[in-house]
Design a protein around this ligand. Structure first.
Ligand code: SF4
Length: 540
């Protein structure tokens, strides 16, 4: 990729020329341009920075960057996929910035980060960031920059002390973690100064306008797509689901005053539209949006939807998708076992899955993608067999649809009721079982890597000591994506210095255990998460 890629962008906002004294900032996405520019979160924060006269922002991707300042004051990362940590280490190395925040000189930039991975559990990366923005960026970024402008000329330590008092800003170096032993559990996490809050609360944006694309380009992963966030969070609260629990409450902007104007703006510059959100069809005015897009003036619009709640995949929706050049739709079913779905809190019957498939076929779509999961707590062999039977039934119900089944392994996520649960050691074998059963039936089985799920769980439940594993694995793999052998070797080398992989990933934790993110307040209090955990355990 070369810099002509930037000239090919159509901007939907007016960047301003920064003041001569503007704060030199690099805003980085730890993956390629194509992946980064397709991230709505990255686009939104970049546009926010580019509209401020007191910020001079340059973008950085792993394969491309704008002209970078020689002396950046701020370096920000949008971090939304755990395994991109490798590229954060790579970026810091390439940009000549100390990896550990404590080793940074006064002249080095403050490194800040935000995004789902850091909001969920920043602890494995705590040593790399001077500060972390927890929660929705809409107001947080402005609050951060306002205070930064005030303390800009102070020594580094004083800047951080002041920034740590802004709601939602977490400065990891100002919290001391005490362990029962080098390889033991956490005993406590305390702020090191009285003016630092004991708990940092994730910030929740309550305004009526969610995100919409600020840039449209042919070089995005979905060529020329304009994206609109229709809802934030999901009211269903499936017990494993970070997309729901981390971002509660469920927010639904007004269709007339917010979403329709946002869609109209994008459709002036492109005919490809993506509606995003964890549960878009649950927007109370979703039909109004469909009616708007169904107007003849948008006949050439190509419409893509994020995953749709299965029992809302109506015939009308399928017909519109088909008319608007969408060939397939994705539904998350989790399992073919109704018992398991009750444990998960997924309110869905097999008959509704069959109806959705029938609607997809009758509506003129050619493919249906289903998503599921193995290793769900309480799962038995019988549940897996029921998943196979359900998929066969779907195939019978809608034989003209190309059917695919994407399947991951359950990973415990912080701030969800299943944060205490373990990864299933048999997860890899279960994926192989499904592969064997489904391939001969003409169902395209697409498993997610079990080994990646183990690393995700390590990161998801890790504390600050996990950083040593990540650094070593990165070193052993010469800066490439570490193999699972590299992680194993790292744990072996660190034996006695940190807990085992087994304890981070494969052990069910006691619900009164002191958690690595105990000092970070998510959307729901931990007692509510415990109640939801108990409800799911009652159905085992
Ligand atoms: S329905 Fe989907 S997005 Fe909503 S809580 Fe369940 S898994 Fe998460």
């Amino acid at each position: 990729m070369d810099s002509s890629v930037f000239r090919a962008e159509q901007l939907l906002f007016e960047p301003v020329s920064p003041d001569p004294e503007a704060i030199a900032t690099i805003y980085a996405f730890p993956n390629t341009y194509t992946v980064g520019i397709t991230s709505l979160g990255y686009q939104t924060i970049w546009a926010d920075l580019a509209k401020r006269k007191n910020i001079a922002v340059s973008r950085w991707f792993t394969d491309l960057s704008e002209t970078l300042p020689r002396q950046p004051e701020l370096l920000g990362f949008s971090f939304s996929w755990e395994l991109d940590f490798v590229n954060i280490l790579g970026a810091l190395t390439k940009l000549g910035i100390e990896i550990n925040s404590r080793d940074r000189a006064e002249s080095e930039p403050l490194v800040f980060g935000g995004g789902t991975v850091l909001t969920a559990n920043p602890e494995p990366f705590a040593n790399w960031f001077d500060l972390i923005l927890l929660g929705d960026g809409e107001e947080l970024i402005g609050n951060f920059l306002q205070v930064y402008a005030e303390v800009r000329d102070l020594p580094r330590k004083q800047k951080l002390l002041r920034l740590a008092q802004v709601p939602g800003i977490y400065v990891p170096s100002l919290y001391q973690v005490t362990y029962a032993a080098a390889d033991g559990e956490i005993q406590k996490i305390e702020a090191i100064a009285p003016e630092i809050p004991a708990h940092v609360t994730k910030q929740t944006y309550r305004g009526n306008n969610l995100s919409a694309s600020t840039v449209v380009t042919a070089n995005a992963a979905w060529e020329n797509i304009y994206m609109v966030e229709v809802v934030r969070s999901c009211p269903e609260m499936c017990r494993f689901c970070l997309a729901s629990y981390l971002t509660l409450p469920f927010r639904t902007p007004d269709a007339e005053t917010s979403l329709i104007p946002a869609i109209a703006k994008g459709l002036k510059v492109t005919s490809r539209l993506g509606l995003l959100g964890a549960s878009i069809t649950q927007h109370p005015e979703f039909d109004l949006l469909l009616d708007y897009i169904a107007q003849p003036e948008f006949a050439d619009v190509r419409l893509s939807l994020a995953s749709v709640r299965t029992n809302t995949l109506s015939l009308k929706l399928c017909q519109l998708l088909s008319d608007r050049d969408s060939r397939s739709v994705t539904i998350a079913v989790e399992s073919g076992s109704e018992r398991l779905r009750r444990i998960i809190n997924k309110k869905l019957e097999n008959s509704e899955i069959l109806q959705a498939a029938a609607n997809a076929q009758a509506g003129g779509l050619s493919a249906l993608k289903l998503y599921g999961m193995v290793g769900v707590p309480g799962e038995t062999d019988q549940d897996l067999e029921q998943t196979v039977s359900m998929l066969r039934e779907v195939k019978k119900t809608a034989p003209r649809l190309r059917l695919s089944f994407g399947c991951s392994t359950f990973v415990p996520k912080s701030h969800t009721p299943w944060q205490w649960m373990a990864v299933d050691k048999a997860g890899g074998d279960k994926l192989k079982f499904l592969q064997k059963q489904l391939a001969p039936k003409g169902i395209d089985f697409r498993p997610e890597s079990y080994k990646d799920s183990v690393v995700q769980a390590l990161i998801s439940r890790g504390d600050r000591r996990v950083e040593k594993v990540l650094r070593l694995a990165f070193e052993f793999s010469n800066g490439e994506v570490p193999s699972d052998g590299s992680y194993r070797r790292a744990f072996k080398q660190l034996r006695g210095e940190i807990p085992t992989l087994e304890s981070y990933v494969f052990e069910t934790w006691e619900s009164d255990r002191y958690l690595p993110w105990q000092h970070l307040q998510g959307a729901l209090p931990v007692d509510t998460l415990k109640k939801h955990l108990q409800t799911s355990l009652a159905d085992f």
